[in-house]
Design a protein around this ligand. Structure first.
Ligand code: C5P
Length: 239
């Protein structure tokens, strides 16, 4: 995979026009575009079609979590949009993950599309150890242990990979093997501002730890010269 293909640009904006301007500007410098809840719920599914029309691949980051029949149906809808990647919460359970994958693949085959990559979100990085114990009632596991257990469960359910914090890449890689896809946010090049991200790694460090894709937003979107920022990251990955 070329270095630029590893970069997923987070389109954290609330307007279709702003998002499509970023896609037009950066589609030759990144591999994929992430449409999260803010943009998707502002524009509707049409945003995926529009990005595809401009030649961009789309990761729809809606983190599905519901009963298997419902997430299966949602997975079919997202697959019909011809997105390249979408995700579910591992907390929804084995059956939910398995059904979503099966329905998505079935729909892709019917439409003649490549099945989208289906990822699991394990423990949100906003959840600390104390919350896991006191609010989610998981008393006997450290966050990292639960992350690995859920990554293994997702793999068993037939999912293609997980979204993971940079801290957990090596543990997941060791447990799930070389073919399991790891997608990592919290990436900050040494020359960019951390902003609200706390546990960060540089693109190069994430690659060395074994990530497959990195989600990067503000270091590119807020740069004075966005293309130059993307090129600088590509250079760092290729070095
Ligand atoms: O601008 P920045 O590079 O921080 O954007 C990172 C993107 O990855 C955002 O869309 C953010 O919501 C997402 N993300 C994250 N940390 C997680 C999960 C997702 O930063 N644990």
């Amino acid at each position: 995979m070329q270095a630029k293909e590893k970069i997923i640009l987070a389109l954290d904006v609330d307007h279709q026009e702003k998002a499509l301007d970023l896609v037009s500007e950066l589609k030759d410098h990144v591999g994929m575009f992430k449409v999260g809840m803010e943009l998707y719920y502002s524009t509707g599914p049409e945003i995926v079609n529009r990005i595809n029309e401009l030649g961009g691949k789309v990761f729809v980051d809606l983190k599905l979590h519901d009963i298997p029949n419902t997430t299966g149906g949602a997975g079919r809808s997202l697959t019909r949009l011809n997105c390249a990647m979408f995700n579910v919460h591992a907390a929804g359970g084995f059956e939910m993950m398995q059904r979503t994958k099966a329905d998505s693949v079935d729909e892709a085959v019917k439409r003649g599309f490549a099945p989208p990559i289906l990822l699991a979100v394990t423990v949100l990085t906003s959840i600390a150890q104390q919350q896991l114990h006191e609010e989610m009632m998981v008393k006997d596991l450290a966050v990292a242990d639960l992350v690995v257990k859920w990554a293994l469960l997702a793999q068993k359910a037939g999912l293609d990979g997980v979204v993971s914090s940079p801290q957990e890449i090596e543990l997941i890689r060791a447990a799930c093997g070389p073919d399991f896809i790891i997608v990592t946010p919290g990436i900050r090049p040494a020359w960019s501002e951390a902003g609200d991200q706390k546990r960060i790694t540089t693109p190069r460090q994430a690659l060395d730890k074994g990530t497959d894709y990195m989600v990067i937003g503000r270091p590119i979107t807020k740069a004075d010269d966005r293309k130059a920022a993307a090129l600088k990251i590509i250079e760092e990955l290729e070095r």
